[in-house]
Design a protein around this ligand. Structure first.
Ligand code: CTP
Length: 400
């Protein structure tokens, strides 16, 4: 049900715009309030009259309403909406969104909207396969927009392939699924650490590890989707972290990550420390690049602070602290030791002996250990699904 939900439907100039009146009908049937904003060219594909009749609201495409000269405020509209869906989205408008170009009312609205944004590209198969389109879809996803993949099938050009806008029922289902996600963490503040740390040897070299940051980011996103306010402390991973509800602080070294986490931890209800922090750092990094004929063949290391253990010492009763354990042998007993030693409420164990688990992959296989109860074993899953399992277990720790 979408009862009372305020939805902006943004239409750009694609043939598939003919599906949108029916989509709006379905939205209205589910109880949504609908406002339609179109690009000026889109009016050649579906008439504003049809759209205003089915949406029961005036349709906007200009910055001004010509008859009375009034201004159509993109800011007000952007604040009004609970969700915005752009369908169909042409390659051209998608490129504008990727670059932040705001040359029509719909594009200004994209920039000022605070609500979740869904985009459904639709175009001919060769356009869809073009590298710029692929890149722009990735860019929009990195801004936190939700991608609605086109279907395969017959296209307006009579060619067959990928690029068909989802049918109205499919578009509706995406919004139904989104709004049925329970806001189980609304009002909660959460800190997540993610990625590796880089410990400088000299200005151009470092000691690091191959953590991708994907697991931590998946956890941060899962929390944000369920209504939490997330502080993500991210090491040097090449991931875009833009997503509504996530504030990211980028750090490089273990010391920087420690400082950031120490500051944020007292302000949060839950902390999940998924970062692969370096355990050692060079004792005195060289100020200049070390030359190969300098004869230096030893780098002296000193231990870094154990960030998680430090947080465990200051943890308040009402806070939950969750750590990770990456093990290669005696996995369960090593993870249990870390759980006790670092004063954690739960530890997420991944073993490098499990295929598909650990660094860089899109999948992971975990076991969850808490202070009480038996370990919970999970099969290999996508990191997104693993994040959901971790959040469900945290919810249980919170008392249901
Ligand atoms: N961790 C941390 N600070 C460190 C090292 C680790 O906060 N300097 C955190 C990690 O984010 C993770 C947990 O501690 O949540 C366990 O990390 P792991 O590398 O498995 O274990 P270590 O405690 O470093 O012990 P070891 O490397 O000896 O297994």
């Amino acid at each position: 049900m979408l009862k009372g939900k305020k939805i902006i439907v943004g239409i750009t100039a694609g043939i598939a715009a003919y599906k949108i009146p029916l989509f709006i009908r379905l939205l209205k049937r589910e109880g949504a309030e609908v406002r339609v904003v179109m690009t000026p060219f889109a009016e050649d594909f579906v008439t504003p009259l049809t759209l205003s009749v089915v949406s029961e609201n005036p349709v906007l495409s200009d910055f001004f309403t010509k008859r009375d000269g009034s201004w159509n405020s993109h800011v007000d509209l952007g604040l009004w909406a609970d969700a915005m869906i752009l369908a169909p989205l042409t390659a051209n408008s998608m490129a504008k969104m990727a670059a932040g170009i705001a040359d029509n009312l719909l594009m200004t609205l994209v920039l000022s909207a605070r609500c979740p944004l869904f985009f459904a590209p639709s175009m001919d198969l060769d356009m869809f396969a073009h590298p710029t389109v692929t890149l722009n879809i990735k860019k929009l996803q990195s801004y936190g927009y939700h991608y609605i993949e086109p279907d395969e099938g017959e296209l307006a050009s009579r060619l067959k392939g990928k690029g068909r806008l989802k049918e109205p029922e499919g578009l509706l289902q995406v919004l139904l699924d989104y709004f049925s996600t329970e806001q189980t963490f609304k009002g909660k503040k959460v800190m997540v650490s993610a990625g590796p740390t880089h410990e400088p040897i000299d200005p151009v070299r470092f000691i690091g590890n191959s953590s991708s940051g994907k697991m931590g980011l998946a956890i941060a996103r899962a929390f944000a989707e369920k209504g939490a306010e997330v502080e993500l402390v991210m090491g040097p991973a090449g991931l875009e972290t833009g997503f509504p509800g996530i504030h990211t602080q980028r750090v490089n070294t273990a010391a920087e990550m420690n400082d950031a986490c120490q500051k944020i931890f007292p302000l949060v209800d839950i902390a999940v420390m998924a970062a692969a922090v370096a355990d050692f750092t060079p004792e005195s990094p060289a100020k200049e690049k070390i030359k190969k004929d300098s004869g230096q063949d030893v780098i002296r290391l000193k231990p870094t602070n154990d960030i998680l253990a430090g947080l465990g010492k200051t943890k308040k009763k009402k806070q939950l602290l969750i750590g990770f354990a990456l093990e290669t042998e005696d996995e369960l007993s090593n993870a249990r030791k870390k759980l006790q030693k670092k004063n954690l409420d739960m530890i997420v164990l991944n073993s490098l002996n499990d295929k598909g688990a650990g660094f860089g992959t899109d999948t992971n296989k975990i076991t969850l250990l808490t202070q009480t109860g038996d370990p919970q074993f999970f099969p290999l899953k996508t990191k997104k699904a693993v994040a959901e399992d971790i959040l469900s277990a945290i919810k249980q720790l919170m008392g249901g």
